[in-house]
Design a protein around this ligand. Structure first.
Ligand code: UN1
Length: 513
C-alpha cells in the first residue's frame, strides 16, 4: 500500500479544518472543537477536523435549497451523465480512496477497495435508472379521460451514514437521489470524516468540470447534534439514516413528528441456518467471512449460527480449526484476515458482551481475547469469538458490533426458523441446504422474516442491484437497487379530460339543471 500521506495528498485532503462542503467550495468551520482523527489500525493521528456548528449547517442548507430548482430542471438522463462522470473519477481514485477507507475505518484493503467498487456499481446503476423512472398509465373509468402517474423529486434529501461503510452507503443514497432530481446534505459518521471529505473532493472535480452550482451534493461533518438538526429540519423532505436502532428510533420519531419521510437502515441480528443437507465446505467459507469479515462490523454480519444437531459437533470442530488459522493484524497487509475494531469503546463492548454471555450460562468455545503487544498498539484488535449460546439469552438478542458468533443446535427446520425469526431485528438471513423443501420453506411467507434471505450464500455482501434493508427494528427502509428509487420521489397521479363533457367518477350525478 502507498504511504498514507501520499494518499491524503492525492485525494486533496490538505486543510483539515475545512470539513463542511457546499459541493464546490469548502467552508471553514470556525468556533467549533477540533477533533483528532486517529486510525484504529496503528493508533496514529491521521489529521484533525473542525466540526460544523449550526452556522455552517445553515449555510449549507441555504445552498442546497437554492440548488434544488436548478438541478431538478436538468433532464434526468443528463443528471445521470454527471453521476456517470463521478463513477469514472472513482475508478481513477479507487486505490487511494479504498486505502483511506481502510486506514480510517480499519477494514481490510480488499474490503476498502470493494466499498469503492460498490460506489462505482451504484453510479452505473443510477445512470441506467436515469432513463427508467417509469410511471404507470391506468385505464380511466370515465369517457375520454387519461390517467397516469409521474414521479417528481422530493427536494433536499438528508443522508446520515455510519462508520462501518464510510463512503458506499452515502453513494447508494446520494447517487440515486441525484438522478431522481434531489440535492443531498450528507452527515457522515464522526468517526470517519476524512473518507467523506475525500468523496467530496472527487465530486468537486465533476461539479466544476460541468459548471454546476454549489449545493447539489453537500457535506456537513459534525456530531450527533447535526443529525438532530437534520431530523428536525422541515426543509429536509427525506432523512435516510443508517446506524444503530437507538439512533434510528430517535430520527424516525423526530422526522415522524413533522410528518417528514425517513428511510431507516438499522441494526441486524443475522443468522445462518446450517442444515444437515448442506455443502459443508461452502458453508464454512460463508460462515467465517460472514462472522469475521470487517471484524464483525457490518450490519449484515453473521451473528448467530443454527446448526442441525446431527452435524453440530463436526462442523464446530472445523470452524474452530479455521478460526485458529485467522491472522489478525494491520488490515492494509493483505495477508491478514481480520483488522481492528473502530475504537476502544467497541473493544469494551466486545468484552462486555462475552462477560454477559458467560453470566447467562453461555460458553466461549474459541477466542474472545483482546490483543496487545507489537502490531496491536492501537488497542483495537480482538480475537474473533465462537460462543455456545441460547437464542433466548439477552446478549444474543442484542446486536454487538464485533466479531462474536453465537452457535446453537436445532432438531428440525421449523425449530431453526422459529429461532432465526425470534429476535427484534430483521435485516439478513441465510440457509445452507441442498434440500429444496427446506430452502423453499425458508423463502416462503412462513420462512425468514428478514429483508434479505439467501440460499447457499452468507448473510453479508449483498449486491447493489437488490433492494437493501430489513424489517422490524431494522427500520423497514430499502436503499440501493430494485425500485428503492421510489423512496426518493413523490408520486403524482394525473387525470386528463380530453372530452367535452364533465363526468364524475363512481357514476355520481351532479346536474346543475
Ligand atoms: C452495512 O453494513 O451498513 O451487504 C452495509 C453488505 C454490504 C453493505 C453493508 N454490501 O454486507
Amino acid at each position: 500500500m502507498q504511504n498514507i500521506a501520499t494518499v491524503l495528498k492525492q485525494l486533496g485532503i490538505k486543510k483539515l479544518n475545512e470539513s463542511v462542503c457546499t459541493g464546490v467550495n469548502w467552508i471553514s468551520a470556525v468556533g467549533s472543537t477540533n477533533r483528532e482523527i486517529v486510525s484504529p489500525v496503528d493508533g496514529k493521528k491521521i489529521g484533525s477536523v473542525v466540526f460544523a456548528t449550526e452556522t455552517e449547517y445553515e449555510a449549507v442548507m441555504k445552498r442546497a435549497q437554492s440548488a434544488f430548482p436548478i438541478w431538478r430542471a436538468i433532464p434526468a438522463p443528463k443528471r445521470g451523465d454527471i453521476v456517470r462522470q463521478y463513477g469514472n473519477v472513482l475508478r481513477t481514485y479507487k486505490d487511494q480512496l479504498g486505502a483511506l477507507v481502510s486506514y480510517e475505518m480499519g477494514k481490510s484493503l480488499q474490503e476498502g477497495k470493494g466499498e469503492v467498487q460498490e460506489m462505482i456499481d451504484i453510479c452505473d446503476y443510477a445512470v441506467g435508472l436515469s432513463r427508467q423512472m417509469y410511471g404507470l398509465t391506468m385505464p380511466s373509468e370515465r369517457l375520454n379521460h387519461r390517467m397516469f402517474e409521474q414521479w417528481h423529486p422530493l427536494g433536499v434529501v438528508g443522508v446520515i451514514s455510519a462508520f462501518n461503510f464510510p463512503v458506499a452507503v452515502w453513494s447508494w443514497n446520494a447517487m440515486i437521489a441525484a438522478v431522481c432530481g434531489n440535492v443531498t446534505v450528507w452527515k457522515p459518521s464522526e468517526k470517519t470524516p476524512l473518507s467523506a471529505i475525500a468523496c467530496m473532493n472527487l465530486m468537486k472535480l465533476v461539479l466544476e468540470e460541468n459548471n454546476l452550482p454549489e449545493g447539489v451534493f453537500t457535506l456537513v461533518n459534525g456530531d450527533a447534534g447535526i443529525g438532530k438538526m437534520m431530523a428536525e429540519d422541515k426543509r429536509i423532505a427525506l432523512v435516510s439514516a443508517t446506524g444503530s436502532t437507538a439512533m434510528g428510533k430517535s430520527v424516525g420519531k423526530t422526522v415522524g413528528e413533522r410528518l417528514g419521510r425517513s428511510l431507516l437502515e438499522l441494526g441486524g441480528n443475522n443468522a445462518i441456518i446450517l442444515s444437515e443437507h448442506a455443502d459443508m465446505n461452502m458453508a464454512l467459507r460463508a460462515v467465517v467471512f460472514g462472522a469475521v469479515g470487517t471484524a464483525g462490523q457490518r450490519c449484515t454480519t453473521t451473528r448467530r449460527l443454527m446448526v442441525h444437531e446431527k452435524i453440530y459437533d463436526g462442523f464446530i470442530k472445523k470452524l474452530i480449526k479455521v478460526y485458529k488459522q485467522l491472522s489478525i493484524g494491520n488490515p492494509l497487509d493483505e495477508n491478514n484476515h481480520v483488522g481492528p475494531l473502530i475504537d476502544q469503546a467497541a473493544v469494551k463492548q466486545f468484552s462486555n458482551a462475552i462477560e454477559q454471555l458467560k453470566k447467562e450460562g453461555g460458553k466461549v468455545l474459541f477466542g474472545g481475547k483482546v490483543l496487545s503487544g507489537t502490531g496491536y498498539e492501537s488497542a483495537c484488535y480482538v480475537q474473533p469469538a465462537i460462543c455456545e449460546a441460547r437464542n433466548t439469552y439477552k446478549i444474543v438478542q442484542e446486536e454487538t458490533f464485533a466479531p462474536i458468533l453465537y452457535v446453537m443446535k436445532y432438531k428440525n427446520i421449523s425449530e431453526a426458523l422459529a429461532m432465526q425469526n425470534d429476535v427484534k431485528q430483521g435485516l439478513s438471513s441465510a440457509i445452507f441446504s441442498n434440500n429444496i423443501r427446506e430452502t423453499e420453506l425458508f423463502l416462503s411467507s412462513a420462512g425468514s422474516d428478514c429483508g434479505i434471505a439467501n440460499v447457499n450464500i452468507g448473510t453479508s455482501g449483498a449486491e447493489i442491484g437488490g433492494a437493501f434493508g430489513g424489517e422490524k427494528e431494522t427500520g423497514g427502509g430499502r436503499e440501493s437497487g430494485s425500485d428503492s428509487w421510489k423512496a426518493y420521489m413523490r408520486r403524482q397521479t394525473n387525470t386528463i379530460n380530453y372530452g367535452d363533457t364533465m363526468p364524475l367518477a363512481q357514476g355520481i350525478k351532479f346536474d346543475l339543471g
